[in-house]
Design a protein around this ligand. Structure first.
Ligand SMILES: Cc1cc2nc3c(=O)[nH]c(=O)nc-3n(C[C@H](O)[C@H](O)[C@H](O)COP(=O)(O)OP(=O)(O)OC[C@H]3O[C@@H](n4cnc5c(N)ncnc54)[C@H](O)[C@@H]3O)c2cc1C
Length: 464
């Protein structure tokens, strides 16, 4: 189908947020107040932090301040792949923290298990389905990569099933697939906006005071109290947790470590039973292909297909702007790739198209830290894999603020920081050249040029 025709009626807004289940905003903060803990940011990081702070100590007075609406940013726009990995995948973790990888993998699975238990405990319905993820190869060089991955996995005793061409097509029927790997338990599919709203509800029930449309403008510290100023008020607190993602940071040092990378997605109309039968997909896994520029796709609870990824765009200057949420060039490309992958779905149209901004750091997995004498903690840099890992990041922040070492705070992964990005305009030049090199590698059987190999040796890169 002509992509332009297929996109003609697609709404320019995130599918998940375009829902009657979206709750009315909580009131703005007016006036001055105090709290034991202030959480800044109403995405997954902030919501998990506020919720778990109350679960750890119900007597704690917790305030959550969100500049716009709960879950409006990356949290409400993502693919909804809730993964166990805390390290942006096993290979990245193994390369950086080989001596910790067993622990990191175990903690990641425990984190995902705990997410599942929290949903049950608080009655949060976000269509959580622990289907796992299917990694598919669409070119021979990608098969080599999957086989290498399989060797590593077998050594670590993880639950992966290798699939040859026939087997992978029996799972999800695409003529482009050459083979695959089904990671069976390390990933769940969910509706991210409904998770965010459910966490908000749980926070409110436990007594967290949530203020939406309340951006924190500044932060001042008199040595015992940190005061956060908002347009019509202020909160003074002993402890502060920042879950502000990629947005202009309240702590200046963070701007060196995180860059905004835009990622885009489409949503189809619901498939009919007959259309779904042509694809199979009875086990409803999330699917990711294995190029450096990759697509991720999945079914929703009403059998639409979310189709996203491939282009990861850094706009020169590194700004976050509402107009960047739409990129027609990418939408057309994504639509074309969709029909290449599923020619049997020719005629299926798209109902939504949107983009969102990812907090990319040079090590691809979140980093953590403290400031103001240990009374402020932060977690950021999830680089496109934060749906599950934000809960771990929230736990790290609460551990750090408690002042007591834990299994989490003792990890090298938690103690170390990523390499900072160079300042602009060098930053834009380096990132655009790296993006170009990555696209070239995908067009030349995965062969990495000198630049990418140099970055690999330094443990640096660009990803989404
Ligand atoms: C298109 C897309 C697809 C993705 N797909 C996946 C996926 O399938 N799986 C996965 O694991 N990850 C995915 N991700 C990444 C994932 O969504 C993020 O890692 C995660 O949502 C990060 O949550 P967060 O709370 O840290 O940040 P955000 O969701 O960005 O929330 C930060 C919040 O802080 C608020 N804020 C910032 N500054 C202030 C301030 N000064 N005062 C008050 N509030 C402030 C913002 O308004 C915002 O609401 C995707 C991301 C995108 C954009």
């Amino acid at each position: 189908m002509d992509p332009l025709k297929a996109l003609a009626d697609a709404e320019r807004k995130p599918y998940w947020l375009d829902s009657p289940a979206r709750p009315e905003p909580q009131p703005r903060l007016f006036g001055h107040t105090t709290a034991d803990l202030v959480v800044v940011g109403g995405g997954f990081t902030g919501l998990w932090t506020a919720l778990m702070a109350k679960e750890r100590d119900p007597s704690l007075d917790v305030v959550l301040l969100e500049g716009r609406r709960i879950g409006w940013a990356a949290t409400g726009r993502n693919g909804g792949f809730c993964m166990a990995t805390l390290t942006h995948g096993l290979a990245n973790g193994l390369e950086r923290w080989p001596e910790e990888i067993d622990r990191l993998e175990r903690m990641g699975v425990e984190n995902l298990d705990e997410i599942e238990r929290t949903l049950e405990r608080h009655g949060i319905d976000c269509s959580f389905e622990r289907t796992g993820e299917l990694h598919v190869a669409t070119e021979d060089w990608q098969l080599d990569g999957l086989n290498e991955h399989l060797d590593l996995i077998s050594d670590l005793g993880l639950d992966y099933v290798p699939l040859d061409q026939e087997q992978v097509r029996a799972e999800v029927n695409s003529p482009t697939y050459l083979g695959g790997l089904w990671e069976r338990s390390g990933c769940a599919m969910l509706d991210p906006a409904r998770l965010a709203w459910g966490l908000r509800e749980a926070c409110l029930r436990l007594g967290v005071r949530v203020h939406e449309r309340t951006p924190v403008r500044s932060l001042a510290d008199d040595g015992t109290t940190i005061t956060l100023r908002t347009p019509y008020g202020a909160v003074g607190a002993r402890h502060v947790a920042l879950g502000t993602g990629v947005f202009p940071p309240l702590l200046r040092r963070l701007k060196h470590f995180v860059v905004p990378v835009y990622d885009y997605a489409l949503m189809t109309e619901p498939l009919t039973g007959a259309q779904l039968d042509t694809v199979g997909w009875r086990n409803r896994q999330g699917v990711g292909d294995s190029g450096n520029q990759f697509h991720y796709y999945r079914l929703t609870d009403d059998n639409r297909i979310l189709w996203g990824g491939y282009d990861a765009v850094y706009y020169n200057g590194g700004l976050v702007k509402p107009e960047y949420d739409q990129r027609d060039e990418t939408f057309v490309k994504l639509a074309r790739h969709f029909y290449d992958t599923f020619p049997q779905l020719d005629g299926v149209r798209f109902t939504h198209r949107w983009g969102g901004v990812i907090d990319t750091c040079s090590r691809f997995s979140a980093f953590y830290g403290q400031a103001h004498g240990g009374r402020l903690a932060y977690a950021a840099g999830y680089t496109g894999m934060g749906v599950g890992a934000t809960r771990f990041g929230a736990n790290v922040m609460l551990d750090l603020l408690s002042g007591k070492p834990t299994d989490r705070t003792e990890l090298r992964m938690v103690k170390e920081k990523p390499m900072p990005f160079p300042p602009e305009p060098v930053r834009s030049g380096v990132i655009q050249f790296t993006r170009w090199s990555i696209a070239q590698a995908d067009q030349h059987q995965g062969r990495r040029n000198l630049w990418l190999r140099a970055l690999d040796r330094m443990g640096l890169g660009f990803d989404s």
